[in-house]
Design a protein around this ligand. Structure first.
Ligand code: ZN
Length: 180
């Protein structure tokens, strides 16, 4: 297993469109393991392949209290359900920033697991929010896209400045919200 580098906004590679995984083989299994290790080390509760510069539709999530229940979603397809809610979100690719984002309160998701088998899941609460956030990443979207141009510019400048001065992941450890 290996730790992967997490891309930081406004890195243009966060805009890449991830492509469907054709065969879930041992190579994909290895990527899933690396992504999980990277997510836990960050620490975060969700990670999309786009965030580690892999253009594949793979998401790992663990919203459990003790971070011991990894969930793997390969080629996830989601249907938003329930009412629209506003949640405070943080993101591993936008460190130190927490903003309100509108989401569906529930989702129905179908995906392949690490074993290559198709499964369906009805998710609510934090897991539902997490799945929507990560599938946005696969489509090249970042949660700050919903903010005004002015606020986005401010965040972009701040992260560029911190990235230059520290030479490592900016804003690390500042998140007051679990980052996804
Ligand atoms: Zn994110």
């Amino acid at each position: 297993m290996a730790l992967l580098e997490i891309l930081v906004y406004p890195d243009p590679r966060l805009r890449n469109q991830a492509l469907p995984v054709e065969v879930v083989d041992t190579a994909i299994g290895g990527l899933v393991d690396d992504m999980a290790q990277t997510m836990y080390a960050a620490p975060g509760i969700g990670l999309a392949a786009t965030q580690v510069n892999l253009t594949k539709r793979i998401v790992v999530i663990d919203t459990s209290e003790h971070q011991d229940q990894l969930q793997v979603f390969i080629n996830p397809v989601i249907t938003g359900m329930g009412e629209q809610i506003e949640t405070e979100e943080g993101c591993l690719s936008v460190p130190g920033v927490v903003v309100p984002v509108k989401r569906h309160s529930e989702v129905q998701v179908s995906a392949l697991g690490k074993d290559g088998k198709l499964f369906e899941l009805h998710a609510t609460g934090l897991l539902a929010v997490c799945i929507q956030h990560e599938v946005d990443h696969l489509d090249g979207k970042v949660f700050v896209d919903c903010l005004s141009q002015l606020k986005r510019d401010r965040i972009r400048k701040q992260l560029l400045r911190e990235g230059r001065s520290s030479g490592k992941t900016p804003g690390q450890g500042k998140e007051s919200q679990p980052a996804i």
